[in-house]
Write a protein that binds this ligand. Structure first.
Ligand code: ASP
Ligand code: MG
Length: 450
């Protein structure tokens, strides 16, 4: 039996957290492959260093050294600590050389390279913490392990076939010899061998990619909350953990606002039917959430309500769009050229409305303006919108489900600005203005979840 266990930033955020996570790893059965995020705060620090350019290379190295050494000192015995510090210093030396090399900065993958350094350090630290706990552990960076990435800098995704091929060479022999590999999350190597990150929070996705590649029996995501919740507990006081979900529900929720998992995590696991457990490393006895294929049908209408804030509706007006089949395609093409995510879309005879992040509006408008003059009559923008994602079992087949849901929206005195329904069997998504988001989420939770 093989279990891939991923530990997020807070689960490796301090000496205490490393120790707790090591206990979780030690108490598991069968083979374990560990995947780690950077220690909490490290990626943010590295990204702000890249953005502000204020700290010197020496400051960055010093900050990294102090943070990792402090945690290691509390956990490791003197002999092992000495060995660890030698490895840490070697890694920091190559980071220093990287930061001081003026040519490397011109590399389009420089930011990916620097922002993924936290994982390289935490993987080494975790491997030594596990050695201290009596396990034969080996740190591997994504390049060594063979995690292949495609896409563009800062927004890569895995080449599942190549990764499966390489991981079977790199990981199998280690597992057969009883070793515990600790692999860096967050990034892979592209075709030229350059580091490419999977977007913020990407270590969850790395773990799913690894689980897929080695045909793991389980994927465990160890985080600092008790799993998927019925709503954001900051909005709904009595939000509860959802104990069981199917892959589609979890994928929709992760994508549309629940911040528990990187949105792409579910797909690699689903492809190989690998059950995913989301658990709290600060409360390992808690049940957490299990995500898998089969789940007993539920009676209640909704399972969870998520929301995504800071969105804008762009409405493109063009006469009789409906009779010009290529027109919608051209509009979508322009948005695609801006590399922007569209969260919902709706069309009528003469308009196409779509939902994007507030921050992407300028870029999208610029691209839409390159459409031929007579194609577009007017473009309207409504900003500060919020997408509500109501997730439940087989919503599409339940007669009256929408009426019930929108009945609650009306009770919350909110106006529905756009609806996306029918595309997914497990979610009904609609847009309200930001100031109505909280009352709507509360009304739906109280009405259908309790
Ligand atoms: N360390 C990266 C981040 O903070 C990746 C992760 O934590 O999953 O986004
Ligand atoms: Mg995370």
């Amino acid at each position: 039996m093989i279990t891939v266990k991923k530990f997020g930033g807070t689960s490796v955020g301090s000496a205490e957290a490393f120790r707790r996570s090591a206990d979780i790893i030690r108490s598991g059965e069968g083979n374990t492959v560990v995947v780690v995020s950077a220690m909490s705060g490290v990626t943010n620090y590295l990204i702000s260093f890249l953005e502000s350019g204020e700290s010197s290379a020496a400051e960055v190295i010093d900050t990294m050294r102090v943070k990792h050494k402090e945690a290691a000192e509390e956990v490791m015995s003197p002999g092992l600590l000495k060995e660890y510090l030698e490895v840490l210093d070697l890694r920091l030396l190559s980071l220093k050389e990287l930061l001081e090399d003026p040519d490397v900065r011109k590399d389009p993958y420089f930011n990916d390279n620097i922002s993924s350094q936290g994982e390289r350090l935490s993987a080494v630290t975790m491997a030594f913490v596990l050695r201290e706990a009596g396990l034969d552990s080996v740190p591997l960076c994504s390049e060594e392990a063979g995690i292949h990435a495609v896409g563009c800098p800062g927004a890569g995704f895995a080449d599942l076939d190549l990764t499966s091929r390489d991981l079977s060479y790199t990981l199998r022999p280690l597992l057969d010899n009883g070793k515990v590999p600790v692999i860096t999350g967050f990034y892979g190597r592209n075709g030229e061998g350059k580091p490419m990150t999977f977007g913020r929070g990407g270590s969850d996705y790395s773990a799913a990619v690894i689980a897929h590649a080695i045909d793991a029996d389980f994927l465990e995501i160890w985080t600092d909350v008790d799993g998927f919740m019925t709503a954001d507990p900051r909005i709904v006081d009595n939000a509860k953990t959802i104990e069981e979900m199917n892959f589609s529900e979890a994928a929709e929720l992760a994508y549309f606002g629940a911040k528990v998992l990187h949105p792409r995590t579910i797909e690699p696991a689903r492809r190989k039917h690998i059950p995913v457990r989301v658990k709290n490393s600060f409360n390992p006895q808690g049940k957490g959430t299990i995500i898998h294929h089969l789940r007993a049908p539920q009676d209640e209408l909704l399972r969870s309500v998520a929301l995504k804030t800071d969105l804008s509706i762009i409405t493109v007006n063009s006469s009789e769009i409906a009779y010009r089949p290529k027109m919608v395609g051209r509009i979508i093409d322009r948005i695609g050229d801006a590399n922007v995510i569209v969260y919902a879309i709706s069309t009528s005879l003469s308009t196409v409305a779509f939902l994007i992040h507030n921050n992407d509006v300028k870029e999208v408008l610029r691209n839409l303006n390159t459409l031929e003059g007579d194609d577009i009559e007017r473009i309207d923008v409504k900003s500060n919108m919020c997408l509500i994602c109501a997730v439940g079992d087989n919503l599409l087949d339940r007669c009256g489900a929408s009426a019930e849901i929108f009945g609650k929206v009306r009770e919350a005195n909110a106006n529905v600005e756009l609806i996306s329904e029918g595309a997914s069997t497990v979610s009904l998504n609609f847009v309200v203005s930001m100031d109505k988001a909280t009352p709507v989420v509360r009304a739906l939770h109280e009405g259908f979840i309790g």
